[in-house]
Design a binder for this molecule. Sequence first.
Ligand SMILES: [Zn+2]
Length: 344
Amino acid sequence: MNENLSLGRIAGIHVGLNWSLLVVAALIAWSLATSLLPSAAPGEASSAYWTAGVISALVFLASLLAHELAHSVVAMRRGVKVEGITLWLFGGVSRFSSDTSSPGAQALITFVGPLTSLVLGAVFYLVSVAVGGGAGLLPATLSWLGYINITLGVFNLVPAFPLDGGRLLQSLIWLRTGDRLRATRIAARIGMGFAYLLIAYGLATFLFRVADVMTPNPVQAADTITVDDALHGYVLASRHSTFPTHDAGGRLSGLLTLTALKNVAPNARTTTLIKDVICPLDSVAKASPTDPVTDLLGASDGCSEGRTLVVVDGRLVGIISPSDINRLMQRSMSGRSQMPAGSA
Ligand SMILES: [Zn+2]
């Protein structure tokens, strides 16, 4: 990518910017000022959010630069000729005009970049806790800077070229086999696998909504019936192992699982009501039909056995089980995925 704006020399290294990064910085400032910061620290003036947003975007650019400078400074110390650094849309690129001769040196040069991002992230987080721990504009801004730097560090460690992780993996295989070419080939192949995973994840994020994977309008059981009635009337009569429940007024009240039913002693089954054994509504993950499917991946896993209830205005419209998600992942990874037919 081309360098459009020179920032001069830092530590003897030429630093330049590509215009794409200015667009990213503007987007970051805008989204921080108009949505992230107002929801994290409500009650401030709009000018305060914009000031914090613009400063954060600039500090983020400085963090990217610190990541690249770490690569370049260590490279110079190891005798590699550094041409310069260009910051662009996806971070930075350090251009080296000579190569390293040892895998150890290459591993070190590569690793210090993500390490710098992770350390910066940890420092921002610690300072955010020190100045108030989440409440207020300053801690919220600092904790965003911590989050973005840690994300940057972790993302760069994914072992896929051209990310640092790909190069790091290549150095480690090179170190082990002593064969640089073979290491490059193996690392490239592993990188392809990760690239496919990232693409599948990206596809799942952008294409699939909760409505595309849920089982619509699941059978609901009244929570006023007994365990014995639930076993005979619902569980044995269908292939499902969980049932959403509603109370006497028809309102969604929780989730009945087979495990909960089995835990009731046989002689108590005709006297125990299922409202006493259900997984209460507060403990069940809930989603809206338009949420991205990837939101479900971190869903809580307590008594709900990984189920998510799909709810609109408190009304149940669907249910999602872990096997629904697995099926979707397999479909999108095998490349046989169909475009979902629009989501609700
Ligand atoms: Zn890097």
